[in-house]
Design a protein around this ligand. Structure first.
Ligand SMILES: *Cc1c(COP(=O)(O)O)cnc(C)c1O
Length: 345
């Protein structure tokens, strides 16, 4: 069966990034595998990271945790960032998941359900999830982890990073002996005083750079490729694709490639989007449509069935994201279920 668009996940590169992030931060990494590991596949990713030594994972949703527990078995610790929502205590306990308790109602619900082991989020300025520092609860039985989240970790010059770190360090003194978790991917690069006891990387495991730019200490993990379905020559004055999105001012050779917005190739690529084809970056011409894009391969040695790369080893994720006006996180999590995931390494 041909699969014009496919996502290849390099598990050796993933494990390289896992060890690199532990070395850079100086702390053990608890990988964030929410949103199906940012679209790469939470089960194969977590299994490989377990083989590399990871024993604690973070997901966002209860359902993600339930699925991960079923796949990984009883050994790893799994934290659910949403916490303990509604009738979740029973489901969390049934799957041996630990909620990150974010506010007083969650704490009450979990404790009245005799929930057991859990984590606690302190909000140090992001104003999203977590207890305000001044509302942080007394230490309690079952509390295993205290965490906070950086708002600006991708900008090392932002003074808020330091303020959040100091607020977290002070708040955590209330919970002696409880594991402290603070840095996401960007935070791993901010210095040893941001690492605390464990770090919580997501995007940099998956090949994004710490400042939304490629970083040579990390390897690309995911490659989105598409096959050339048709080649054609267009004449000067002819247009390509919907709404005459591109009009040729001189003769062009066009490769129509099998990936479109129904695969997760954002329509915003219709401006500055490029793909790697036949050894060079080449522009996407006109509109991105549901199933295909048109690529200018004028003068290039491209034949039917060749593959072009939307991002991967040759076209870095962060560069592809910037050309589409977004971030690597969104590019990865936009890849749709119809794109087969292939694992190598
Ligand atoms: C998503 C998330 C992370 C991982 O962030 P990256 O920037 O991808 O490393 C860490 N902590 C929390 C609370 C998150 O929501």
């Amino acid at each position: 069966m041909t699969t014009p668009a496919s996502l290849t996940v390099d598990l050796n590169a993933l494990s390289h990034n896992f060890h690199a992030l532990e070395a850079i931060s100086g702390a053990p990494a608890h990988p964030v595998v929410k949103a199906d590991s940012y679209g790469l596949g939470a089960v194969p990713v977590a299994k490989r990271l377990m083989a590399e030594g990871a024993r604690t994972f973070f997901v966002a949703r209860l359902a993600e945790g339930v699925a991960l527990r079923a796949a990984l078995g009883p050994e790893p610790t799994i934290y659910v960032l949403d916490g303990c929502v509604g009738d979740a205590p029973a489901a969390l306990k049934a799957a041996d998941l630990r909620p990150i308790l974010n506010h007083g109602d969650q704490l009450t619900a979990w404790r009245s359900a005799h929930g057991g082991a859990c984590g606690l989020q302190i909000d140090t300025g992001m104003n999203r999830l977590g207890f305000r520092v001044e509302d942080a609860p007394e230490p309690f039985e079952g509390l295993e982890l205290v965490m906070s989240h950086l708002a600006c970790a991708d900008d090392p010059a932002e003074p808020m990073n330091r303020r959040q770190r100091d607020a977290f360090a002070a708040a955590a003194t209330r919970y002696p002996g409880v594991t402290r978790s603070f840095a996401n991917s960007g935070g791993c690069f901010l210095g040893a005083d941001y690492a605390f006891d464990t770090v919580r990387p997501g995007i940099c495991l998956y090949g994004g750079g710490p400042e939304a730019r490629p970083d040579d200490r990390l390897k690309p993990v995911a490659a989105l490729t598409a096959q050339v379905l048709q080649l054609r020559d267009v004449r000067a004055g002819e247009s390509v694709g919907y709404s005459r999105g591109f009009v040729a001012s001189m003769p062009r050779r066009i490769a129509t490639c099998g990936a479109g917005y129904a695969d997760g190739v954002l329509r915003s690529n219709g401006g500055e989007g490029q793909v790697w084809a036949a050894g060079a970056l080449r522009p996407i011409l006109g509109r991105v449509s549901m199933d295909v894009i048109a690529v200018d391969v004028t003068g290039a040695d491209v034949t039917l069935g060749d593959t072009v790369e939307l991002f991967g080893a040759n076209r870095m994720l962060d560069d592809a994201a910037r050309a589409a006006g977004t971030i690597g996180y969104e590019l990865l999590t936009s890849i749709t279920p119809r794109v087969p995931r292939r694992y190598v390494g």
